[in-house]
Design a protein around this ligand. Structure first.
Ligand code: GSH
Length: 213
């Protein structure tokens, strides 16, 4: 039985799976990827409900600990495999760590119109189909907020939120990619931020839909 198993959805369009996988990759941990079709059904559903309470992905199994929610997973991985023996996921500086958490919680609980109108299937998965229909007024306002906040927190000369990469960069770059992929105007330094984050090795396994580079 492998020590670590990450259950993922088999369409490879989940930003939350991307987040959890980036955490494991950044820590350079060996793990097994278990793709599942959503909604999880049958015996597997019963097992996941029994072990983790929810049959959602990402779901990390570490020995007899089963856990869903991408942020819970990355925090568990960060604390179970801490720096300096393993790479850092969260900033060491407490103010920066709080900022990273602010960004990650915000991106999980807001921007719903933008997320609906610029789905990740536009740029992730087997056959990405960019959506270019005009944004509704609500989604436009959310896109403007996203660009304003990202521009405030990512300095023009940087391709990371802070001096060092952190796990919040995955989420912020993913959110901005919704705009970049559909041709929405984004300041050049934020477009460069998205590209640099996308090129980071921790993203490669997800972007290759589970294949090892
Ligand atoms: N807030 C969760 C979101 C997880 C989530 O919504 N997962 C979706 C796939 S992207 C899922 O498993 N849906 C199946 C279901 O709810 O039955 C996280 O951060 O992990």
């Amino acid at each position: 039985m492998p020590e670590l198993t990450l259950y993922v959805e088999d369409q490879w369009v989940s930003p939350w799976v991307m987040h959890a996988m980036a955490a494991l990759e950044e820590k350079k941990l060996p793990y097994v990827v278990e793709p599942v079709t959503l909604p999880v059904a049958g015996e597997l559903r019963a097992e996941l409900l029994d072990r983790a309470g929810l049959a959602k992905v990402p779901l990390l199994r570490h020995r007899d600990h089963w856990c869903t929610e991408s942020l819970a997973i990355s925090e568990y991985v960060a604390e179970t495999f801490p720096a300096p023996a393993y790479a850092r996921l969260f900033p060491a500086n407490l103010a920066e760590r709080a900022r990273a958490r602010q960004v990650m919680h915000w991106l999980r609980t807001d921007l719903f119109a933008l997320r609906a109108e610029r789905p990740t299937s536009g740029f992730l998965g087997e056959a990405p189909a960019p959506v270019t229909a005009p944004l509704s007024a609500e989604a436009r306002a959310q896109a403007d907020t996203l660009v304003r906040v990202a521009g405030q927190f990512v300095a023009p000369e940087r391709t990371t939120l802070f001096a060092e990469w952190c796990i919040a960069d995955v989420d912020l770059a993913l959110a901005l990619r919704r705009l970049v992929a559909s041709g929405e105007p984004v300041p050049a330094h934020l477009a460069a931020y998205v590209e640099a984050t996308w090129a980071r090795p921790c993203m490669q396994r997800f972007l290759a839909r589970g294949a090892r580079a």
